[in-house]
Design a protein around this ligand. Structure first.
Ligand code: IMP
Ligand code: MG
Length: 178
């Protein structure tokens, strides 16, 4: 699998730095509150689990599975495949996802959580691709910025594979024509 990678975009070491930085920011910003982390499956893993180890707060977590992608192109359709098991009413929510690209997915999720009565909703993403943005949305916590290039690893997939790479990288061209 690692042979399919052309270039490493975010190394293991850089990911560790990001986790420490974001964990400290969230711990400070939510001092005295008990936020609920909502991870968007499947891309939020392992990011969410690793991030939570750096968050020194009482908190709860839940997951949603929302999809807007087929292969490499955004379809613009957002579908709830698996919903939360907890009520978000009156809660301070931190939505965690792998990457903010067009923003359609996260925009739809934020609106849904607000409509369900969340007290506040903030967004935490490992990566941000600002050039890809279509929806009017920004993340409150961003691990790193990446150019408009398709990346895989550490949760990010290409047709469901490569999520288990311990770093983030770009695939060799030949992988797409397989
Ligand atoms: P958005 O609605 O376009 O912001 O969609 C974000 C979702 O698209 C992410 O949660 C990923 O699942 C997927 N995505 C966007 N860019 C990439 C990428 O470079 N690699 C893998 N998945 C991506
Ligand atoms: Mg995703």
């Amino acid at each position: 699998m690692k042979n399919d990678i052309k270039k490493i975009s975010v190394s293991k070491e850089k990911i560790e730095e990001i986790l420490t930085k974001l964990g400290a920011q969230i711990t400070k910003d939510y001092e005295g509150r008990e936020p609920m982390f909502i991870g968007l499956l499947k891309g939020c893993n392992p990011f969410m689990v690793d991030l939570l180890k750096h968050v020194d707060l009482y908190c709860t977590l839940d997951y949603m599975d929302v999809s807007s992608y087929a292969g490499m192109k955004s379809t613009g359709n957002v579908r709830i495949n698996h919903d939360l098991s907890t009520n978000v009413e009156g809660k301070d929510i931190i939505v965690v996802d792998d990457i903010l690209d067009t923003g359609r997915t996260l925009n739809a999720v934020v609106q849904l959580l607000k409509a369900r009565g969340a007290k506040s909703v903030s967004l935490c993403v490992l990566l941000d691709k600002p050039e890809g943005r279509v929806a009017p949305i920004e993340a409150n916590y961003v691990g790193d910025l990446v150019p408009n290039e398709f990346v895989v690893g550490y949760g990010l997939d290409y047709n469901e594979k490569y999520r288990n790479l311990p770093y983030i990288g770009v695939l060799k061209e030949e992988v797409y024509s397989k």
